[in-house]
Design a binder for this molecule. Structure first.
Ligand SMILES: [Zn+2]
Length: 237
């Protein structure tokens, strides 16, 4: 019996390791509540190494980030799990972490993971916007129809890091970014190329928001995606 329990335990661990290698984002979101993080009273998960002051600060940042999303699109549709990691890596080794931040999904579940360099309202609002798009467009339609450049361009509307803002008139047409439909196309290249992808996506989506009548129309457009309308038609009309 003991051997059987041991075999099952070894099998489970091997399964998690294999899953983490194959699908690190999904594994992160699936297991994040069991990854050695502590839960604050508002539900935020934090690295155990965060001081009391840091815990207060990240709770405040999370609230402000949600406020920015609410002000931008007229409400908050998502209820993601939000985690703040620390410098020391005091969490399970399989968690996918980025020094700034990233958002991962498993079906309808969304997990915003903020790294130690991502503790600004703009970066948190950017990641929360990914979760909001996922909630509004629906997991299936987001996955099947929403291109990566649009998802990132929308997040960037709330992200005011100067390196991602094109000088007015500097770039000419930015519509070439619309070829970067998948994560493997968008998140490719060196640091300078990636910066360009984000900046062009930000400009392209920014122009579109002006054309459709501002972010107030955005919720309506995302609802149309949820109802099964192809992205191209939602973008065009
Ligand atoms: Zn993003």
């Amino acid at each position: 019996m003991k051997k059987l329990v041991l075999a099952v335990a070894v099998g489970l661990v091997a399964g998690v390791v294999a899953l983490a290698a194959a699908m690190p984002g999904m594994t992160t979101c699936l297991t994040i509540e069991h990854a050695g993080l502590e839960r604050l009273p508002d539900g935020t998960l934090v690295d155990p190494s965060l001081s009391a002051d840091e815990r207060g600060a990240v709770r405040e940042l999370r609230e402000q980030g949600a406020h920015w999303v609410r002000a931008f699109i007229g409400g908050v549709a998502a209820e993601p799990i939000v985690a703040f990691l620390g410098e020391g890596g005091g969490h399970a080794p399989w968690l996918r972490s980025h020094p700034v931040g990233s958002t991962h999904f498993v079906a309808t579940r969304a997990c915003v993971v903020i790294g130690p360099q991502g503790r600004t309202v703009g970066i948190i609002a950017h990641e929360l916007m990914h979760a909001d798009l996922h909630a509004r467009a629906g997991a299936w339609h987001r996955h099947m129809t929403v291109p990566t450049w649009f998802d990132e361009g929308l997040g960037m509307q709330l992200d005011h890091r100067p390196r991602y803002s094109l000088a007015p008139g500097a770039a000419g047409s930015t519509d070439g970014v619309r070829a970067l439909e998948s994560p493997s196309l968008f998140f490719a290249g060196n640091d300078a190329e990636l910066t360009c992808h984000y900046a062009y996506a930000k400009a392209e989506v920014g122009r579109w928001l002006v054309r459709i009548g501002g972010p107030a129309e955005l919720a309506e457009r995302l609802q149309r995606i949820r109802q099964g309308e192809p992205f191209e038609s939602v973008w065009r009309d």
